[in-house]
Design a protein around this ligand. Structure first.
Ligand SMILES: [Ca+2]
Ligand SMILES: [Ca+2]
Length: 212
């Protein structure tokens, strides 16, 4: 004699099949959804495509606005005014404490970190120049800014780490320059000064107003 639960004959079997097929269907849809989710995220990860990471950082919660400006061997500039050149990308324009508060699910979260990060997605041979601009200064004392340049592939290699002093609004300094050869080796790391902003703004005033 069959157990009571299993004893309802074909109706029960059909129900079990339906249930099983539905579960299979859900599992299949879940797998598809998971593939759809994970696929673009792989392409969207900056780090997986980045060859060089340039970090510009100044003291936490400091109100000053520092801008990173990077010039590629082709003479393209990435900075707050042009955050993406295709091969180079600026994560955001960090403006000191300005706009550091974010609304996350109704709660205001404050990010104390002052940092701008530029990623270089593909290495072109030639020279890269990393400049700093003191866009907004609130004190008379110089502001210390740390700059780190890392080559990420085939393994993480520190190209440069150093501190620089910015001395007031409009002060533009070259933090580091480095060259990439055809074999993607880094050479000629130096601090010979080069103005990039003059070029970026043409004949217009040195400091333009940030609109956002
Ligand atoms: Ca900035
Ligand atoms: Ca900030």
């Amino acid at each position: 004699m069959k157990h009571r639960i299993l004893g309802n004959g074909e109706g029960q079997d059909a129900f079990t099949d339906l249930l099983f097929n539905s579960l299979l269907g859900f599992a299949f849809m879940f797998a598809i959804a998971f593939m759809l989710i994970s696929d673009p995220s792989e392409g969207g990860k900056i780090d997986s495509k980045a060859e060089i990471l340039i970090s510009v950082r100044w003291p936490d919660q400091h109100p000053d606005d520092v801008d990173a400006i990077v010039e590629s061997p082709q003479g393209e500039l990435v900075w707050y005014h042009n955050r993406d050149t295709g091969l180079m990308h600026l994560d955001r324009d960090d403006r000191g404490i300005f706009a550091d508060k974010m609304n996350v699910d109704g709660a205001m979260i404050s990010n104390p970190i002052n940092q701008e990060t530029v990623t270089i997605r593909a290495l072109q041979s030639g020279e890269y120049v990393v400049n700093l601009l003191h866009y907004q200064a609130n004190y008379d004392e110089p502001l210390t800014v740390n700059v780190k340049v890392e080559k990420l592939n085939p393994e993480v290699e520190l190209i440069y780490y150093g501190s620089h002093e910015l001395e007031g609004v409009g002060d533009e300094k070259t933090a580091v320059r480095f060259s990439v050869d055809a074999k993607k080796n880094i050479s000629n790391v130096n601090q010979i000064q080069k103005r990039l902003l003059t070029k970026a703004l043409g004949r217009s005033p040195l400091i333009e107003n940030k609109s956002d």
